[in-house]
Ligand binder design. Structure first.
Ligand code: ADP
Ligand code: MG
Length: 477
């Protein structure tokens, strides 16, 4: 091997900026780092299981997939180990030294104001790894990719300033070990009870076992025990799950720290069998996935418990792109590709079911929990309106879910449904009146309104850019 023993490389400029922010600006909710690192370890296990579909040999060595957390009070280190996919030298440089991700800019922008120095945001931007530096002043990562030889191990190490070192090492085990050298004030993360509490809080529903040394009379013994639930939540019957379980799984799934607004969990058995667990978030995520219709993420496709890919685009129409969750199919072939997903008959049935279940969920929320629906509508109403144009089959249902400002109320809140409107129509009134304008105020004070008001006719006031376009497609209700 001619490789220099240790090589020092600079971080890419944007990584340095992220690191600077992480080490200097993130003070609240520091404990989130553990969730982020466990989430990466779990992703690595998912990736290995997926690659092993085509190459079963990859799983041959290294035992059952899982994650281990160890602490060392003398060395003041915390170690997180997984036996997942691991990384090659190039992958370490690519994944840890560089950020070719659109989220990074947005992360930097959203954290540049002082109001947002909240660690909990970090995972939503795809930069969770660097949260290690919130609590550690040195981080060492040792890894070997599944399928590579022990001589192809890599050690990456950095103090989180401007550079990192890389070394080729012997690494017998497949997977990754991350060692955090804790900052002087962070001793709480050397306390096994505190660590357990954090695993419970943030990582209970990670689908792989998280193991820690069992305590014997308060001291670590030799045996490991699993400290999380370690089962795919959606495979459990609804009757056995509490609201807290659903909420905490949602947070694990999305890195969102707000609770979801509502969810629907269904097992379908028949010609094909599958499970759906769909969530409505309360607010758009900070990574602003909603700015683009093309950049969709958030619905994960599993096939018989194996994570395959994010398939939001294949399983949901664009106007429902706020939905987060899991679809687990019993019948799709494990080797599906995106292309196959596009045209598969089973997939189109699942897609129709996702759409129907989401609309059912919205109906239920609108009917039974109007204030929560109003919350949802504030965040996602304009996205939902796209459905009027996009989904002619469900146009009537979607129209029923829309809310508008109206002359019936004195403020600009979008709270009036078409059904409300119809219920108040004058005897003999045949049409629904609406006015689109630049702003609510402009609509409200339009001369046309006065004339109609004199006849006692209510007018819906629309001022969103999408309204005019959507209304062209809604000629009847
Ligand atoms: P994200 O998880 O959103 O991709 P992170 O900053 O958390 O972003 O991680 C960056 C990347 O580093 C991951 O996408 C992955 O490729 C790699 N990585 C981090 N931790 C591990 C690990 N334990 N095993 C393998 N790869 C990892
Ligand atoms: Mg991550």
């Amino acid at each position: 091997m001619t490789e220099a023993a240790t090589q020092t490389l600079p971080f890419e400029a944007e990584v340095s900026q992220v690191l600077h922010l992480v080490t200097h600006a993130l003070y609240s909710h520091k404990d989130v780092f553990l969730r982020e690192l466990i989430s990466n370890a779990s992703d690595a296990c998912d990736k290995l299981r997926f690659e092993a579909i085509a190459q079963p040999g990859l799983m041959a060595e290294g035992g059952e997939l899982g994650i281990e957390i160890r602490w060392d009070k003398d060395a003041r280190t915390l170690t997180i180990t997984d036996n997942g996919i691991g990384m090659s030298r190039d992958e370490v440089i690519e994944n840890i030294g560089t950020i070719a991700r659109s989220g990074t800019r947005k992360f930097l922008e959203s954290l540049s104001g002082d109001a947002r120095a909240d660690s909990r945001l970090i995972g939503q931007f795809g930069v969770g790894f660097y949260s290690a530096f919130v609590v550690a002043d040195r981080v060492t990562l040792e890894t070997r990719r599944a399928g590579a030889t022990a001589a192809d191990g890599v050690r990456w190490s950095s103090d989180g300033s401007s550079a990192y070192t890389l070394e080729t090492i012997q690494h017998a085990a497949r997977g990754t070990t991350l060692t955090l050298h804790l900052k002087p004030d962070e001793d709480e993360f050397l306390d096994p009870w505190r660590l357990r509490e954090l695993v419970k809080k943030y990582s209970e529903h990670i689908g792989f076992p998280i193991r820690m040394l069992k305590l014997v009379e308060g001291k670590p013994g030799d045996a490991l025990e699993t400290v999380n639930h370690a089962a795919a939540l959606w495979t459990q019957p609804r009757s056995e799950l509490k609201d807290e379980d659903y909420q905490s799984f949602y947070k694990t799934l999305t890195h969102d720290f707000n609770a979801p607004l509502a969810w629907t969990h269904n097992r379908v058995e028949g010609k094909q069998s599958y499970t759906l667990l769909l969530y409505l978030p309360e607010k758009p995520p900070f990574d602003a996935l909603f700015s683009g219709r093309d950049e969709r993420k958030g619905l994960k496709l599993y096939i018989r418990r194996v994570f395959i890919m994010d398939a939001s685009e294949q399983l949901l129409p664009a106007y429902l792109r706020f939905v987060r969750g899991v679809v687990d199919s019993d019948d799709l072939p494990l080797n599906v590709s995106r292309e196959i997903l596009q045209e598969n008959r089973l997939v189109s049935q699942i897609r129709a079911a996702c759409c129907k279940r989401t609309l059912d969920l919205l109906d239920r929320l609108a009917r039974d929990e109007a204030p929560r629906y109003a919350e949802f509508y504030k965040s996602f109403g304009n996205v939902l309106k796209e459905g009027i144009v996009e989904d002619s089959d469900n146009r009537e249902r979607i129209a029923g879910l829309l809310r508008f400002a109206s002359t019936h109320h004195s403020d600009a809140t979008q709270s009036v449904s078409l059904d409300d409107y119809i219920g108040r129509m004058q005897a003999g009134q045949e049409s629904i009146y609406y006015l689109t304008a630049e702003s609510w105020a402009a609509a409200r004070h339009s001369a046309q309104i006065e004339a109609l008001a004199a006849r006692g006719i209510e007018v819906l006031l629309m001022s969103e850019r999408i309204d005019e376009w959507a209304m062209q497609y809604l000629s009847e209700y």
